[in-house]
Ligand binder design. Structure first.
Ligand SMILES: Cc1cc2nc3c(=O)[nH]c(=O)nc-3n(C[C@H](O)[C@H](O)[C@H](O)COP(=O)(O)O)c2cc1C
Length: 204
């Protein structure tokens, strides 16, 4: 697959795509400040071995919940990491096609529910169907966070309420990376946090 790369002359940001972006997500300049730097073939058929190797990255397992007015949705995600401690900030990577992405874009908030090892079925429930087709919260026990009014799931070990600064998002081709400040949260249950590799070893 041919991939064009464009470099921002102001901040050095590299954009991949047919054309330069409308706005540089890092420094905000327009497409006129971008130059084509290279066009190369990218191998998109990564081996199974590399995909399995990625499961060894020490991710946790989370349900990311967001809202659109009075409507709620959530999805499973492993791509959450704590970026800083004061203020506490986390980053997540969310596929642009997901309903959760649409809700995060609209509300600017999400709740990260931290899953324990007993919650494999919950991870499947939120990870293998889309809220465009089913109400994933129908039989789920949840409440709304005090700071964001987005749902936290009572089965989770703990939850973090997060607010996004719209300037702190990164276009990662298929995904958007959101950097968010933790503005609330709580501890719900005792248990061992589930890792991504534990999920893959035990999901059946
Ligand atoms: C174990 C697991 C981890 C996942 N991690 C992510 C992730 O980090 N980011 C993402 O965008 N989707 C991830 N997904 C996929 C979404 O959960 C899935 O596409 C979901 O159906 C989207 O739902 P929605 O359209 O209702 O938002 C993961 C799924 C599973 C099962």
């Amino acid at each position: 697959m041919a991939v064009k790369k464009w470099r921002c002359l102001v901040c050095g940001y590299i954009h991949e795509g047919e054309a330069p972006p409308e706005v540089c997500p890092v420094c905000g300049v327009g497409p006129e400040e971008f130059v084509l730097v290279e066009e190369k073939e990218r191998d998109v058929t990564l081996s199974e071995e590399i995909k399995v190797a990625c499961r060894s990255i020490s991710h946790g397992m989370y349900i990311i919940c967001s809202k659109n007015g009075e409507r709620f949705n959530g999805q499973t995600a492993n791509s959450l990491t704590q970026v800083s401690g004061n203020p506490i900030q986390v980053a997540i990577g969310i596929n642009k096609g997901n309903l959760t992405h649409e809700y995060i874009e609209k509300s600017g908030v999400f709740v990260a529910n931290i899953l324990g090892c007993d919650s494999i079925d919950l991870a499947k429930h939120f990870g293998f169907q889309t809220g465009r087709e089913v109400d994933k919260f129908k039989d789920i026990s949840y409440e709304l966070g005090a700071e964001t009014a987005a749902p936290y799931i009572k089965e989770a070990l703990a939850y973090l309420e997060c607010k996004i600064d719209q300037k702190k998002t990164l276009d990662a081709n298929t995904h958007t990376v959101y950097l968010a400040e933790v503005v609330g949260g709580g501890i719900l249950n005792k248990g061992e946090p589930m890792t991504y590799s534990y999920y893959h070893a035990n999901r059946k």
